[in-house]
Write a protein that binds this ligand. Sequence first.
Ligand SMILES: [Zn+2]
Ligand SMILES: [Zn+2]
Length: 300
Amino acid sequence: MAKYQNPRIDLKDQRGDPITGTVHADPIKILWVGAMLIFGTVGSLIYVSLGAVIVFITFTLVNICLGHSLGMHRLLIHRSFKCPKWLEYVFVHLGTIAGIAGPLTMMRTHDIRDWAQRQTNCHNFFTQVAPWYIDLYRQLFCKIELNQPPDFVAEAEVVDDCVYQWMERTWMWQQVPWAILLYLLGGVGWVLWGICSRVCAIVLGHWLIGYLAHNRGQQDWEVEHAAVQGHNVAWSSIVTMGECWHNNHHAFPGSAKMGLYAGQWDLGWSTLRLLERVGLVSELKTPDCLAHRSDLVRLA
Ligand SMILES: [Zn+2]
Ligand SMILES: [Zn+2]
């Protein structure tokens, strides 16, 4: 029986140090998130209309479901289901326009965080135990530089893929075609609500759920000797499309199904089942498809 292994980072003789490092303000993040915050709040309130708010709500929910949750997280990062390449690109593009980072950065950031959290101790950038306003500032506007970061070897299928390389280089610019479309359909207000407010909501929501999911909330599983445990953030199940069942995710990272127990709504999973029925996705992984973990304890 083995511990959970992520093939990109749990490498033989891995020597990374998850504890020692410094958190720096990141000028790119400050400019990008700052611009989205200003235009997405002040700008949007000047151009408020019912149509623009409907665009914001619809685009945000579709973006979280198909893009961030299914495309970026469950597919690109965890390979928890399969689909045709063209659909994978669509999903990952939608994940990219969630406005957090490009696909290769998302993959690396996710895996390093997850690896650090599974060690016996890690930097408090990863534990997220700092007061919420400090953690908010750090996660939104800073990046961590570990003195000895772990080796990270992503699969050639992704790093050598010219579409993914292009998405990584142009991740901010991928909002532009959507902005033009929204402008043609509804003018400046639709652009401010559909692009800036949407990115704001996703970036802030991503931080909030991440902060709560690593600090407090119900748990069914414990990963033995891990510095950070996942918690469930039940109230947010609809808006997070099931990503909030984060205790399950720490226990079964490779599962495409995140809401595992009665009452754990997982709209991302429901969408995958629907797409499976029409033949667009296949090989959906659930916990019983995954290798048994010796470091997993069921809580009473
Ligand atoms: Zn986590
Ligand atoms: Zn994950």
